[in-house]
Design a protein around this ligand. Structure first.
Ligand code: B12
Length: 263
C-alpha cells in the first residue's frame, strides 16, 4: 500500500536538516580520479546550491551536508543522518542526479516514511508536478531557494501548513498544490557563501585555470528568453549579480597578497 506523508504530523527532534547533492554522472570513477567529463570540468564540485540554503538556516538548525561527489559512502551517511531529522533536502539538475537522488530518497522513505523530503534546483523548478508525482518526494521549492527554504523548514518545525509560501509546490492529502511564484531577489541581500561548512581541501581540483581551483559564483539567473534553456522558467528572466565589494570580501577564504599594485 502506498504510504502518504502527513507533513503536519512529524513530531520528532526537529533540529537537524540533511542536505544532499546527488551524483551528476553514473560513474563514480570520473569523480574519484578527479577526471574531466564531456564538459571538460572535473566533477569535484562544491555543493554551492546546498551552501546557499544552509547559510539561511544555520543559526536555527544543525545542518548536515552530504555531497555524493566527495562522500563515497553518501547513502549510508544519509540514512544515518536522517534519523530524528526534520527533513531531507535534495538538489537536482536534469541529469543523472534525478536517478541517484530518487534511489537515495527511496531508501530514506523505506526507513523513515514520515520524514519530509524536499527537492529543489533546476529540474524540480522546471518540472515541479512531474517531480512531486514521485512517491518519495513531498515538497518542491521552485526557483531561487534561499528564502523559500527558510520559510518551509520553519513551518515544518512549527508543525504548520505550507499554505501560501511563494515558490512552493507540495502534496496535501493526495492533492498537488502549486503556490504562486516567489519574486526573484537580489543575491546581495544573502549572507556570504559559507565555505566553512564544507571541507574546502576536498573540493579543490586541477583545471585549465590552475592547479588549485575552487567553485564560486557571483551571479544568478539570466535576462534572456532562449527557448532551449531552462533559465527563463527558473528565474522569470531576472538576473542578479553580487556587488564587487562583496565579491572581494567573500574571496578572503583564499590567501590574497596584502600589497596593492601601487605599493
Ligand atoms: C556549476 C554548474 C554545474 C556544475 C555543478 C552543478 C551543481 N549544482 O553541482 C557541473 C559542472 C557538474 C554541471 C554539470 C551539468 N550541468 Co550545470 N550548471 C552549473 C551552473 C553554471 C551554476 C549552478 C550553481 O551552482 N549555481 C549556484 C547555486 C547557488 O544556484 P542553484 O544551483 O541554482 O541553487 C539555487 C536554486 O536552484 C535552489 N536549489 C537548488 N538546489 C536546491 C535544493 C533544495 C532542497 C532547495 C529547497 C532549493 C534548491 O536554491 C539555490 C539557491 O537559490 C548552472 C548555470 C547557472 N548560471 O546557474 C548550470 C546548469 C545548472 N547546468 C545545467 C546542465 C544542463 C548541466 C548538465 C546536465 C550538462 C550536460 N548535459 O552534461 C551537467 C550535468 C552533469 C554532467 N553530465 O556532467 C543547466 C541545468 C538545466 C536543467 N534543466 O537542469 C544549467 C542551468 C545551465 C543551463 N542554463 O543550461 N553544472
Amino acid at each position: 500500500m502506498k504510504k502518504h506523508v502527513n507533513i503536519m504530523s512529524t513530531s520528532i527532534d526537529k533540529n537537524t536538516i540533511v542536505l544532499f547533492n546527488p551524483m551528476p554522472v553514473k560513474h563514480p570513477v570520473a569523480i574519484i580520479n578527479k577526471q574531466t567529463t564531456s564538459l571538460q570540468v572535473p566533477l569535484v564540485n562544491v555543493p554551492l546550491s546546498l551552501l546557499a540554503l544552509a547559510r539561511m538556516v544555520r543559526d536555527d538548525f544543525n545542518i548536515k551536508i552530504i555531497n555524493a561527489v566527495v562522500d563515497s559512502d553518501y547513502k549510508e551517511q544519509i540514512l544515518d543522518s536522517c534519523e530524528n531529522a526534520l527533513c531531507l533536502g535534495v538538489s537536482s539538475m536534469t541529469c543523472y542526479q534525478i536517478r541517484d537522488g530518487i534511489d537515495v530518497c527511496a531508501a530514506v522513505k523505506e526507513k523513515y516514511p514520515a520524514l519530509p523530503v524536499i527537492w529543489g534546483g533546476y529540474h524540480p523548478s522546471t518540472e515541479p508536478i512531474q517531480t512531486l508525482k514521485n512517491s518519495h518526494i513531498d515538497i518542491v521549492v521552485r526557483g531561487q531557494g534561499e528564502i523559500t527554504f527558510k520559510e518551509v523548514v520553519h513551518r515544518l518545525r512549527d508543525n504548520k501548513s505550507l499554505d501560501g509560501i511563494p515558490g512552493v509546490s507540495y502534496k496535501n492529502e493526495g492533492r498537488l498544490i502549486n503556490n504562486p511564484d516567489r519574486k526573484f531577489e537580489n543575491i546581495d541581500i544573502f549572507p556570504s557563501i559559507p565555505y566553512d561548512m564544507v571541507d574546502v581541501e576536498r573540493h579543490i581540483k586541477g583545471y585549465k585555470f590552475g592547479k588549485r581551483c575552487l567553485d564560486y559564483y557571483v551571479s544568478q539567473g539570466c535576462a534572456s528568453g532562449c527557448d532551449f534553456c531552462s533559465e527563463p522558467l527558473f528565474c522569470g528572466r531576472h538576473w542578479s549579480g553580487l556587488a564587487p565589494q562583496k565579491v572581494l570580501r567573500n574571496s578572503n577564504i583564499w590567501q590574497r597578497p596584502t600589497t596593492s599594485i601601487h605599493s
